[in-house]
Write a new protein. Structure first.
Length: 334
């Protein structure tokens, strides 16, 4: 059986007092806050007659079904049947519960009924010297396309021309590693990106260090260092269904005196970039559905995307071949 993995299921802000019905990994779940505001995730299906529990309400820390009022605790167990006689034995039924934790402003739910070993966390968020912003996007495309997009440097100078980079012009070398955990790539010879915001950030002519890391099945971490200055953008993609994906993003930054300026500028800047990506990814999803068997051409710059596909498949498809680790350097223009 696949190992359990924490997925972002909602932002802490999205989950208020009312139960929240969500699409999560191809199922419907209901999130709600029990006693003390502790979040809980249940299958959104009443074990009595199947009604959506997300249409109900929270009563005394339990979730009450809107139909006959059966109540369920945060562990899913039925705690009350309003119509049951005092003589009737206590109910034994339960709604299916999934491990759920709230950390760093995110409500995380396990992909299975087992609890993942490690606690979930956003890189650098909350560390001294770092500030962060949060973004949330919904894209009508499969998860794989999203994670491939985030490691795909070759589109940045074209689709995001001017915002982020200019058209490809400089020969660079990328060192790419594939392991069962995912893909790590580092670019060498990359000059500073030339887009609007980035020109503001960089002072002096120090070089840039840039790495992209995919951690299967759902996380892409993009790091830029300019000397001591650091910008790390982490995106975790949660499939709602096989064809729609919610993308949770945290950008953590350490720029010292520039932080206040950055905190204002980075959100609209990144939102614009995501808008451009969303439009293309949704078109690509429709095209892939129209021409599912059409061969795809690739060039050297596509290696990270191809290896991400391999690692993603190994992590998400039970019958897929395990990853055999590889390392390769590729040269292309950025
Ligand atoms: S269907 Fe939920 S209580 Fe009857
Ligand atoms: Fe992009």
């Amino acid at each position: 059986m696949a190992k359990p993995v924490w997925y972002p299921a909602a932002t802490s802000k999205e989950l208020g007092r009312a139960p929240l019905g969500i699409a999560f990994l191809g199922q419907r779940l209901v999130l709600f806050r029990g006693k003390g505001g502790v979040p809980s995730a249940l299958l959104d299906r009443c074990p009595h007659r199947g009604v959506s529990l997300s249409l109900g309400e929270v009563r005394d820390g339990d979730l009450a079904c809107p139909y006959h009022g059966w109540r369920f605790g945060t562990d899913g167990r039925c705690t009350l049947i309003p119509s049951a006689s005092n003589a009737e034995p206590k109910p034994k039924c339960a709604a299916t519960a999934f491990p759920c934790v709230e950390a760093q402003g995110t409500v995380w739910v396990s992909s299975t009924q087992e609890r993942p070993e490690q606690a979930p966390s956003w890189p650098r968020v909350g560390e001294p010297g770092y500030r962060d912003v949060e973004l949330l996007n919904r894209i009508e495309c499969p998860q794989l396309q999203v994670v491939q997009n985030f490691v795909d440097c070759a589109h940045t100078g074209i689709l995001h021309r001017g915002l982020f980079r200019g058209e490809p012009s400089k020969e660079i070398r990328a060192h790419v590693e594939l392991t069962p955990e995912g893909v790590a790539s580092e670019n060498f010879g990359e000059t500073n990106p030339t887009g609007l915001l980035v020109r503001l950030l960089q002072r002096g002519n120090g070089g840039v260090r840039h790495t992209d890391t995919f951690r299967a099945p759902h996380t892409v971490e993009v790091n830029y260092w300019w000397g001591e200055r650091h910008l790390v953008t982490t995106s975790i993609s949660t499939p709602e269904t096989a064809t729609t994906t919610r993308v949770y993003t945290r950008i953590a930054m350490k720029f010292g005196l520039l932080d206040p300026l950055l905190l204002i500028a980075i959100r609209p800047f990144t939102a614009r970039i995501f808008q451009q990506d969303k439009r293309i990814l949704e078109d690509q999803a429709r095209q892939l559905a129209r021409y599912p068997d059409a061969p795809r051409a690739s060039s050297a710059a596509d290696l990270p995307c191809l290896w991400v596909e391999e690692a993603h498949r190994a992590a998400t498809e039970p019958d897929a071949a395990p990853v055999s680790p590889r390392v390769k350097d590729v040269q292309y223009k950025l």
